[in-house]
Design a protein around this ligand. Structure first.
Ligand code: HEC
Length: 265
C-alpha cells in the first residue's frame, strides 16, 4: 500500500515538474494545434475556390485564366514562389496585388478601388478568400521564390532596407520586434524574420485566421497591421513597400514549409 502510494506521489511530482518546464510558447503551440482541427480558414478556402471559378465583374468572367506566375490557371505551387516579377505589369507582385491585376484585366473590376476599400468590406473580403484558397493549394510545399530577375533582386534589397528602417514616434523598425531570436509580445513568439524562421513561421503561416478578432487576414493585412504597431502611416493595400517586405521575407524563408492558412491567437 505504502509502496503504491509513494509510486503514485512520485508520478504526480514528475508530471508537475514536466508541466512547470513547459514554456508558455509550448502551451500556445498546443493550443494552436488543437484549434487547427477546426480551423475556420476552411470556410474561406471554400469561398475562395468558388470565387475563382465564378463568372463575375463587369466582364462576367472567371479567374480561371489568371497567371499567378506559373502560367495561366496554374494554382498549385504558385503561392510558395510569390512575390515574383511579372512581365505583363512589369512589376514584382505578391499574391494579393496579382489577384487585383487579374480581377481588373479578366473581370473588369477596378483594382485601385478594391485596394482602397476598407478592410473587411466588399471585394477586399473576396481577395482574402481567394488568397486563402490559393495558399492552401500549396500547403506543405517549400518556399522557393525565383529571386533571379533584376527587379526581384531590387525589391529584396528595398525590403531589407525597409525592414531595418527606424522611425515614427517610438523609433521602431520591423527589426525592433522581429530582428532577434526568442522575443515575445503578449506571450506571442515573435519570429526572427532577418533569416529563415523555419517551417510554418512568419511568411510561411499567412493567410491566417485570427482567433482574437475572428478575422481572416492575408499577409497584406498582417503587414499593414504591423506597420500600425510600428506607429507608421498606413502603407496601403498592395503598396510597393509591403511587396518589397514580402520579397525580403519570402526569399529569406527559402526551403521553409508553408502551413498557410494557419490559425493564430
Ligand atoms: C511593436 C512590435 C512590432 C513591430 C515593430 C512589427 N511587428 Fe510584426 N508582429 C508583431 C506581433 C505582436 C505579431 C503577432 C505575433 C502573433 O500573434 O503570433 C507580429 C507578427 C508578424 C508576422 C507574422 C509572424 C508569424 O509567424 O505569424 C510577420 C510576417 C510580421 N509581423 C512582419 C513584420 C514586418 C515586416 C514589420 C515591419 C513593417 C513588423 N512586423 C513590425 C509585432 C511587431
Amino acid at each position: 500500500m505504502m509502496k503504491r502510494l509513494a509510486l503514485a506521489i512520485g508520478t504526480v511530482v514528475v508530471a508537475c515538474s514536466a508541466m512547470a518546464q513547459k514554456s508558455a510558447s509550448d502551451g500556445i503551440a498546443e493550443y494552436r494545434a488543437m484549434l487547427q482541427d477546426g480551423n475556420p480558414a476552411e470556410l474561406f478556402e471554400a469561398k475562395g475556390e468558388d470565387l475563382w471559378r465564378q463568372k463575375r465583374g463587369p466582364k462576367n468572367a472567371s479567374l480561371e485564366q489568371c497567371d499567378l506566375g506559373k502560367g495561366p490557371g496554374v494554382v498549385k505551387g504558385a503561392f510558395v514562389e510569390l512575390p515574383r516579377y511579372f512581365a505583363d505589369t512589369n512589376k514584382v507582385q505578391d499574391l494579393e496585388s496579382r489577384l487585383l491585376t487579374c480581377m481588373e484585366t479578366l473581370q473588369g473590376f477596378n483594382a485601385a478601388d478594391i485596394a482602397k476599400t476598407p478592410y473587411g468590406k466588399g471585394e477586399q473580403n473576396n481577395v482574402t478568400a481567394l488568397a486563402t484558397w490559393i495558399a492552401a493549394e500549396s500547403r506543405g510545399m517549400k518556399f522557393n521564390l525565383p529571386n533571379s530577375h533584376v527587379a526581384e533582386k531590387t525589391m529584396y534589397e528595398v525590403g531589407k532596407r525597409l525592414f531595418f528602417m527606424r522611425g515614427g514616434s517610438h523609433d521602431f523598425a520591423c527589426a525592433t520586434c522581429h530582428g532577434e531570436d526568442g522575443k515575445r509580445i503578449r506571450l506571442q513568439d515573435l519570429p526572427n524574420l532577418t533569416k529563415n524562421p523555419g517551417d510554418g513561421a512568419g511568411f510561411a503561416a499567412w493567410p491566417a485566421y485570427r482567433v482574437s478578432n475572428g478575422q481572416m487576414w492575408s499577409m497584406q493585412l498582417r503587414l499593414n497591421d504591423c506597420y500600425r504597431q510600428q506607429r507608421f502611416p498606413y502603407p496601403l493595400f498592395g503598396s510597393d513597400a509591403t511587396i518589397a517586405l514580402g520579397t525580403y521575407m519570402g526569399v529569406n524563408a527559402k526551403g521553409a514549409e508553408s502551413i498557410a492558412p494557419a490559425i493564430k491567437r
